[in-house]
Structure formats: C-alpha cells, structure tokens
Design a protein around this ligand. Structure first.
Ligand code: UD1
Ligand code: CA
Length: 460
C-alpha cells in the first residue's frame, strides 16, 4: 500500500510584543543569550524540521528584528493586540498552505528540535486539531494554566484571569502549539478580548476548538526548562544559567573535562573534542572549534577560533584565530583576527598577534607585537620585538616576512615592509629598515650587515 503523503509543516514565531516587563529599547528577542539573539535559539531549533515556511511576526522594533535574522518570512503586526492577533498576522503570511502549523513565541529559547519533533509526531498520530506543549512547574506563576475536566484539556486560563483555585494548577501552557492549519484559522476568527488585559489571547483558541468538538491534546516537555519563557531580565539570567548547564553537561558526557562548570561559559554553538580539559574561568563563544586533548584556561576567552589537538591556551584572549596542534598560547597572549599558529608554534607572555602566520615550531615567547607578518618555520622572535607595520602618515599597513630559521634579537624593530632572509639574525636592539639577506647577521640603528652567520653544528 502506498504511504499517505507526509503532511507539510509551517511555523509562526511570535516576536512582536511590547517587552513591557523587559524595560528595554532593544526588542526583547534580540537580547543576547549565549552569543546569539534570543530568537536565534528558537529559529535554530526549528531549522532541522524542514518547514515549508517559517513566518516571524514582528511589531515592536520590527526594523531591528528584520535586519538581524535571516531565511524567514516576516509578517508585521500593526498593533500589539495579543498573541491571537499575532498568530492571525502570521497565518495570513502562510497563503494557501495546507498542513500543520507550529506556533511558538520568540522568547522561549530552551525548546529543542527533539521535543518539537515529539510534539508534532504525537499531534499527527493522534490526529488532533491542536496539541499544546506543557510542563509541570513548582512555581507556575505567570504562565497560563491547563484546566482539565477528568483527564481532558478544557481550556487555558491566564494568570491574570485565573481564580485562586486555578492558580494552584501546576500544569502550565508552554506557549508552543501544533495546530491543524484550517482548524487554527477558523478558531482565530472567533477569539474575543473578554479578559482582564483586553487582549486577543491565542490560548482562547483551545476552548473554541473544544466547543466545536475538535480534539485538543497536551504533551509534557521531557524537561520542564524547555518551556521557560523570558519576560524580564531575571528570567534571562536564569535561562542563560540553565542553558550553560545543559551545554556543559552535554560536553562532559562527550568526554570533555570541565573542572568547574559553574564558571565555564560555553555557547551551544561551540564544539570541543574529548579529553580536552577546561579550567575556570573560561568563555568559549560562537563558531569556536576545539580539538582533542587540549588544555584551555584558566582564564581563556575564545571567540570564533579553531584550536587543534593537544594545544594549550592559558590566560589568553583569542578572536578569529587558528591554533595548530600542540601549539602553546599564553599565559597572557592576545590573538586577534587572522592570527594563525602552525603546529608546535608558541605565542607566549604579553604577545599580541594580528593577521599573521607563525610557522611550525616557531616561537614568539615574550612581550611582542606581530602584525601583518608571515613567520616561517623554526623562527625565534626575541623578547620585545615589534613589527612596525603602520605608517601614521600614509595610513598604510605594511607586511613583514621572516623566513625559516631566522633569529630575531630582543627588542628588534622591524620597520615594514621588510623581509628577513632564511637563517638571518638581527642583533638585540636593532632597527631593521631594509631587507636582511639570508644567512646574514645585522646590528644597529639602522641595522647593517656585520658578518655571515656561523654554520650550525653538525650541519656539514
Ligand atoms: C504566553 C501565553 C501563556 C503561556 C506563556 C508561555 C497567551 C495569552 N499567553 O504568555 O499562556 O504560559 O506565553 O511562555 O498567549 N506577542 C506578539 N504580539 C502580541 C503579543 C505578544 O507577537 O500582540 C509575542 C511576544 O513578543 C512573545 C509571545 O508573543 O514572544 C508571547 O507573548 P507574551 O506577552 O510574552 O506572553 P506571556 O505573558 O508570556
Ligand atoms: Ca512570554
């Protein structure tokens, strides 16, 4: 027998609200949570669901929201008349779509793809008109309560409209639903503003569908934190903490040692290999990828960087940097965008590197600035060396090239553009204004050739 055609799925994300309780100029859904706007977490949970269409309803701060997020259709809610009006606005943007619609708020960032899949599968298997994602909370204050008769869902009552008895109910509305689109559409036309806040409540759709004799179900989230909404900044801090705990727990289960998870701040987008040890306090952000067997921290802040197997990063800040296998960074190094360390390289104490390569086995151990530079293999850069890459008159940033096996003496100023040849040596305190030939020792200010370099022992 041929399988029935799979039902299509669309989503409406409601993000037009006033954010009154947040007291903010920036729309609430754009506030940062673990390196991304709140709403980006919701959208990334939706992404694997292969939606026919994802509609984001915007209103308050619409321009800002629409400029920040991508790959969705926007629908503007002119006035913030309530969640039913938001859902209706989103529904209009679905055109002639047929199938199921996920409706969810933009301020519930802990919901997972897995839970949404379970919710959708349950809704479809049971052929329900609406299925609500719920949770039992010890402190249900602020959430809509699920009112049941016998075991069946009857309706949802909002905190402000609930009786004292209904407020005792611990089963709450997660604000996340799957609807049969046609059922949702017709129910939305019947919602009224007969409540304390004089808003159109999406939650009223539940009672409307029940009265029509439609099937309405509730499914509990496997972990109640998934439905936590962020209405104010205290809830933002709480959700951020829970998200951190979840991210750290996942990494630890996958073989990462986190010495003190309470002081380790890792965005969920970061990847870390097994047998890596992370010491507190450490901050790992964005698209950072860390290999196996690395030692990170104490005191690391690493953003959008790649660290290969066996590398160490101690008391350092890395931004858009690459660190090769077994390389060492810090203590107290600053790797700025475009810093690339090959394997076994070292960038040590009070060294800043920007848009530069440090070749295999090369070392910049102390007190240096390296910018717009290519350093070959097995180079040693002495303490307090500076690549003088910037001419304030022409505003040109010039390049420095240091070839394999060169030895840069302490306190050398390399006035770029300049090249230091293979196995060349600069004396301590030299100011290098001209290219240094290979195998040559230069000294002084401006640096001039002194002699040829001695052959290394055992080199024939
Ligand atoms: C809502 C639910 C409540 C549920 C809770 C879960 C209603 C009436 N109540 O309450 O039952 O327990 O979520 O988190 O739905 N929005 C718009 N346009 C509007 C109003 C709101 O887009 O006119 C958006 C908001 O930006 C927000 C979402 O809808 O992302 C939910 O609105 P919010 O005011 O936060 O509802 P809650 O009071 O949390
Ligand atoms: Ca909310």
């Amino acid at each position: 027998m041929p399988k029935p055609p799979a039902r299509a799925l669309a989503a409406i994300v409601m993000a037009a609200g006033e954010s009154k309780r947040f007291k903010t100029k920036t729309p609430k859904v754009l506030h940062d949570l673990a390196g991304r706007p709140l709403i980006a977490h919701v959208l990334s949970a939706l992404k694997p669901l292969r939606l026919t269409k994802a509609v984001v309803v915007t209103g308050r701060g619409a321009n800002q929201v629409e400029a920040t997020i991508k790959d969705v259709t926007f629908a503007r809610q002119e006035k913030q008349l309530g969640t039913a009006d938001a859902a209706r606005t989103g529904d209009e943007a679905l055109g002639d779509f047929q199938g199921d619609v996920l409706v969810l708020p933009g301020d519930t960032p802990l919901v997972t793809t897995k839970t949404l899949r379970v919710l959708i599968a349950y809704h479809r298997n049971q052929k329900a008109a609406a299925t609500i994602l719920t949770a039992k909370l010890d402190y249900p204050t602020g959430y809509g309560r699920i009112v049941r008769t016998n075991n069946d869902v009857d309706k949802i009552v909002e905190q402000t409209d609930a009786t004292e008895q209904q407020r005792q109910i611990k089963e709450v509305n997660g604000g996340i639903y799957v609807f049969d689109r046609a059922a949702l559409r017709s129910a939305l036309t019947k919602v009224e503003r007969a409540n304390k806040q004089k808003e159109f409540y999406l939650t009223d759709v539940i009672a409307i569908l029940k009265e029509k004799g439609e099937k309405v179900l509730a499914k509990a989230a496997p972990d109640p934190i998934e439905i936590l909404g962020i209405n104010d900044r205290a809830q933002l801090a709480l959700v951020a903490k829970l998200l951190r705990q979840r991210t750290n727990a996942t990494l630890m289960r996958n073989g990462v040692t986190i010495v003190d998870p309470d002081f380790t701040y890792i965005d969920p987008t970061v990847k870390v290999g097994p047998d890596t040890v992370i010491h507190p306090p450490t901050f790992l952000h964005g698209a950072t990828r860390i290999g196996e067997g690395c030692e990170i921290g104490p005191g690391a802040r690493i953003t959008d960087s790649r660290i290969d197997d066996g590398a160490t990063v101690i008391f350092s800040v890395l931004d858009n940097a690459r660190v090769g296998a077994q390389a060492q960074v810090g203590p107290y190094a600053y790797l700025r965008p475009g810093a690339r360390l090959a394997k076994n390289a070292k960038v040590g104490t009070f060294v800043e590197v920007k848009a530069s390569e440090v070749g295999e086995g090369s070392k910049v151990p102390h007190l240096s600035y390296i910018g717009d530079t290519v350093i070959g293999r097995d180079v040693n850069v002495g303490a307090a060396t500076v690549t003088v890459n910037y001419d304030p008159e022409t505003k040109i940033k010039a390049k420095t090239v240091i070839h394999d096996g060169a030895k840069i003496g302490s306190d050398t100023m390399l006035i770029a553009p300049v090249k230091v040849g293979k196995r060349a040596v600069t004396g301590a305190g030299s100011v290098v204004t001209k290219d240094v030939p290979a195998e040559t020792v230069v000294v002084g200010n401006p640096a001039r050739p002194l002699r040829k370099r001695k052959k290394p022992k055992g080199d024939g």
